[in-house]
Write a protein that binds this ligand. Structure first.
Ligand SMILES: Cc1cc2nc3c(=O)[nH]c(=O)nc-3n(C[C@H](O)[C@H](O)[C@H](O)COP(=O)(O)OP(=O)(O)OC[C@H]3O[C@@H](n4cnc5c(N)ncnc54)[C@H](O)[C@@H]3O)c2cc1C
Ligand code: SF4
Length: 308
């Protein structure tokens, strides 16, 4: 039985986290966490519900920059006229997550920090007991590769590649103070410890520095709603001509290819994507198909920006 807390200030939340060190979980909208609790994949002693922290709910956008509080829901992002007008890439990414009902509760902070997934891990306790548990839980090996030293569970956030393509930074707060870091830097290429710079930290805000020249988003999944991504690609070109193409759902962390657009070729883009994504057969869609679709999506983006 877990203890439930709903602190009113960030300081109180951080202090509770310190009291329950390594044995607590921050609760955003809970739409991801509740499944993990039900499937007995997490058993934390304390649940620290962040929904009482009223200062992390704002949307502040103009024709240039965007600031989002970490507790803004995905539904609010999709519906915000200023985001639809100036950052449609982000509105599209938020609208692609889960289902309309889930998006009313799911927060942007929780989506950026959603847990990595694998078809051999995100299963009921009974399934895992029958099939054998892997090294991400208590078993000795990875059930996908047979290896003993690396987990390849996938980062499945859809808004992370969109915001990385938009060159976003995030504000994270710990008991030592506030820190602003590039969003891309909070992800680590490790299927077990997939977030970094986040120990005990609360993500409070997201900043997009400027409106891009253009943006593009595409998600591959079995059904057009509900399903997690099998491959998400978001891309944007900023006002100084830098192209950021970010792939997710195909590696342990989002994979960013960042190049001056004028020097980029489709061949280099595809080669870098294939080299940097550590894609294994741990999704409902087959590995070969997902790899092929990387090329298809990248070619689609390439022809879109060259026809603009
Ligand atoms: C049926 C179904 C389909 C789904 N489909 C998708 C999908 O297509 N794409 C997708 O990306 N996700 C999907 N999800 C997962 C989830 O609903 C979303 O990722 C959602 O945005 C998570 O947000 P949340 O606020 O509910 O996070 P929570 O579940 O509350 O938290 C997620 C993680 O973030 C941490 N966290 C939350 N907020 C903060 C904060 N402010 N500071 C520090 N840590 C924090 C939590 O501790 C937890 O580890 C799906 C879930 C379900 C049940
Ligand atoms: S990639 Fe391997 S170790 Fe990681 S969750 Fe899947 S089966 Fe387990």
């Amino acid at each position: 039985m877990s203890h439930y807390f709903k602190p009113a200030t960030i300081e109180e939340a951080l202090s509770l986290a310190s009291d329950y060190s390594n044995n607590y979980v921050y609760f955003g909208g809970g739409t991801d966490l509740q499944i993990y609790r039900k499937q007995k994949l997490i058993k934390d002693e304390a649940i620290i519900d962040l929904s009482g922290l009223t200062d992390i709910y704002r949307i502040q956008a103009d024709g240039n920059a965007l600031i989002l509080g970490a507790f803004v829901t995905l539904d609010d992002i999709t519906a915000a006229p200023e985001i639809q007008t100036h950052f449609p890439l982000l509105a599209e990414a938020a609208a692609s997550v889960a289902t309309p009902v889930i998006r009313k509760t799911a927060t942007i902070g929780g989506n950026l920090l959603v847990n990595n997934r694998c078809t051999f891990y995100n299963q009921s306790k009974e399934w895992r007991d029958a099939a054998g548990s892997c090294m991400r839980e208590v078993g000795p090996t990875c059930l996908v590769t047979g290896g003993k030293d690396k987990c390849f569970s996938r980062n499945v956030s859809d808004t992370a590649p969109a915001l990385i393509a938009l060159n976003a930074t995030v504000t994270v707060q710990t008991q030592k103070g506030k820190n602003e870091i590039p969003l891309k830097d909070i992800y680590a290429p490790d299927g077990i410890k997939y977030h970094q710079h986040m120990d005990d930290a609360i993500l409070t805000a997201i900043h997009v520095p400027e409106k891009p020249v253009n943006g593009w988003f595409k998600k591959l999944r079995l059904r057009k709603t509900l399903d997690f991504t099998s491959l998400t690609i978001a891309a944007a070109i900023d006002t100084s001509g830098v192209a950021r193409v970010c792939l997710n759902g195909v590696s342990m962390s989002p994979i960013l290819i960042e190049e001056p657009f004028s020097g980029l070729t489709l061949e280099v883009l595809i080669r870098n994507a294939r080299k940097n994504c550590k894609t294994v057969d741990n999704d409902l869609m087959p590995l070969k198909y997902r790899r092929e679709m990387m090329n298809v999506f990248l070619k689609q983006w390439w022809s879109t920006v060259h026809n603009d």
